[in-house]
Design a protein around this ligand. Sequence first.
Ligand code: ADP
Ligand code: MG
Length: 306
Amino acid sequence: MPSVDLDQPWDLGGGTTGPSGPQGVEVRCEGVVHLYRTFAGHDVVALRGIDLTIGAGERVAFLGPSGCGKSTLLTLLGGIQRPSAGRIFLGDEEISRLGERRLARVRARLVSTMLQGATRNLLPYATARQNIGFARLGGGGGDRDDLPRPTELLEIVGLADQRDQAVSTMSGGQRQRLALACAVATGPRLLLADEPTSALGHADREAVVALLHRIGTDFGTTVVVVTHQAEVAATFSRTITMKGGRIGAEGRSGSEYAVVGEEGLLHLPTQLVELWPAGTLVRIEQTDDERLTISREQSATTPEQP
Ligand code: ADP
Ligand code: MG
């Protein structure tokens, strides 16, 4: 595997780096709800009220069990779907209100989404260089001279030697790095990546994670990654854990916090869920301004059969 050179200064020329480069955009969600209509006729509520702010240039990892709504949230932030209710802002732009044409422009200029599975983001029979050219064309970058050249991008992700190779002949790690190069080819201010390392071996995973952070440090891009891999999440100073379509917990610089949701809803830490099952009656007492005590009602625990 050609190595990704992380020590090389990431100078893309054309004023794309430094303070004049594409700075990150703030992401804000207010009461975001999303439901899917199914053919069977019943709705699936994928998101049940997400309130969230991600600062401009911040890097965040989303965690949580399968089906908790991570991918759905990412597609909403990326302007691929519109939420059923609630508001989503990328900077000053309320993308949850935009019509399809304006939304296409947001996807072209503001945000790039790497869908789960590298190949879904790539044209399999085209070469690496053609893929970047195509991504840029779709991203309205054909007439922009402020963007890095495809060959430079390929060098950055360690694919200089594969530039004329077809995607279909590339390894999983190479594909994922190419998908990343395509995603940043339009100079996005927000980069979204859904499980970008889940199908990769150790070395490829490290390379992709390093590249994601590199995009944040060098371009100031806001980076949001969905992952179920603890070692990937551990590289992010902020983690957000989703549960059942809600935000359950946040990690900040290694400390874990539960997040108070709408109407005072609070998730128990995962390790307590089995010990304190749904329906357990608890007493919540305020000890002082900063402390609550939660105790189980002794008589109300699951009765022991004599
Ligand atoms: P995650 O990425 O955390 O695994 P998803 O956002 O993919 O979660 O899914 C959240 C919920 O929405 C799940 O119950 C899933 O079955 C449902 N869902 C996702 N996509 C669709 C869809 N296109 N149609 C119907 N239900 C969907
Ligand atoms: Mg998913």
